[in-house]
Write a protein that binds this ligand. Structure first.
Ligand SMILES: NC(=O)c1ccc[n+]([C@@H]2O[C@H](COP(=O)([O-])OP(=O)(O)OC[C@H]3O[C@@H](n4cnc5c(N)ncnc54)[C@H](O)[C@@H]3O)[C@@H](O)[C@H]2O)c1
Length: 254
């Protein structure tokens, strides 16, 4: 694989599994030093030993994106250890799906906190290094749910909010050679979609089957599909692509 990200450091939130791990792997394979923060300590340990065994440079830290001090400390350690912090991927996410009348205040707050405050915290912590070095790539993981999705008033709102956040960062940080863009995935096979199947009481296989029927390319998405779009934005050569949202869903929606 081309070593597009040699001498670059990528910081990925929620990167211990699923889409985030796929993104971390893509960066590592293309020569980047990779930093992963997550609240899932066990999965974090797994990804650390797996990547180290393969000879990749990896930093892992248990940190909650909702807590600014934890994120700031991790960003500082990454910068000290690897010498730069070039790419931030705001990927950490949770779902607390329910129809509006059943959605609790805590379902709402948790989703807002992790997606919105979490991305705000990580962007705030990392921009400092990016501005200093006059180079940066911020990539936020939105969702097709930003366009509206039954049972996801909280999540759809947060994912739409992330798109506004992305465009604003693009405007504010562009002059420092920092771009901000978003990837909005459709149905991707991960533990998050497994959780959805469990909640609605069907097997994961059946959920995948039902989803694929609506996807024009006739297959479900994999973390690598999202990593590919992230890698495009993160590429130094994509410096004129700023404030954009790319839907990666096998079609225009779903
Ligand atoms: N799977 C899909 O179909 C899909 C579609 C659209 C968007 N997304 C988005 O992609 C991103 C990754 O989702 P995934 O499917 O890989 O889910 P996942 O549940 O497999 O992974 C999410 C990761 O985020 C971590 N995390 C959660 N809260 C955190 C916090 N407060 N601080 C730090 N880490 C935290 C989790 O521990 C987990 O490792 C999310 O933002 C999700 O909303 C997923």
């Amino acid at each position: 694989m081309e070593k597009t990200f040699e001498n670059r450091t990528a910081f990925i939130t929620g990167g211990s599994r699923g889409i985030g791990k796929g993104i971390a792997r893509r960066f590592a394979e293309e020569g980047a030093k990779v930093a992963v923060i997550d609240i899932n300590e066990e999965a974090l340990q797994e990804v650390e030993s797996e990547f180290k065994e393969e000879g990749f440079d990896i930093y892992c830290k248990t940190a909650n994106v909702v807590d600014f001090e934890q994120v700031e400390k991790a960003a500082q350690e990454v910068h000290e250890q690897f010498g730069s912090l070039d790419i931030l991927v705001n990927n950490a996410g949770v779902i607390r799906d329910n129809m509006l009348f059943k959605m609790t205040e805590s379902d709402w707050d948790t989703v807002m906190d992790v997606h919105l405050k979490g991305s705000f915290n990580a962007a705030r912590a990392c921009q400092k290094y990016m501005v200093e070095q006059k180079y940066g790539r911020i990539i936020n993981i939105s969702s097709t749910s930003a366009l509206g999705n039954r049972g996801q008033a909280n999540y759809a709102t947060a994912k739409a909010g992330l798109q506004g956040f992305t465009k604003t960062l693009a405007i504010e940080l562009g002059k420092y050679n920092i771009t901000a863009n978003a990837v909005a995935p459709g149905f991707i096979e991960t533990e998050m979609t497994q959780q959805t199947a469990a909640r609605i009481g069907i097997s994961f296989e059946d959920l995948v089957k039902a989803s694929v029927e609506k996807i024009p390319v006739g297959r479900s998405g994999k973390p690598e599909d999202i990593a590919n779009a992230v890698a495009f934005y993160a590429d130094e050569r994509s410096s004129f692509v700023n404030g954009q949202v790319i839907y990666v869903a096998g079609g225009p929606k779903d």
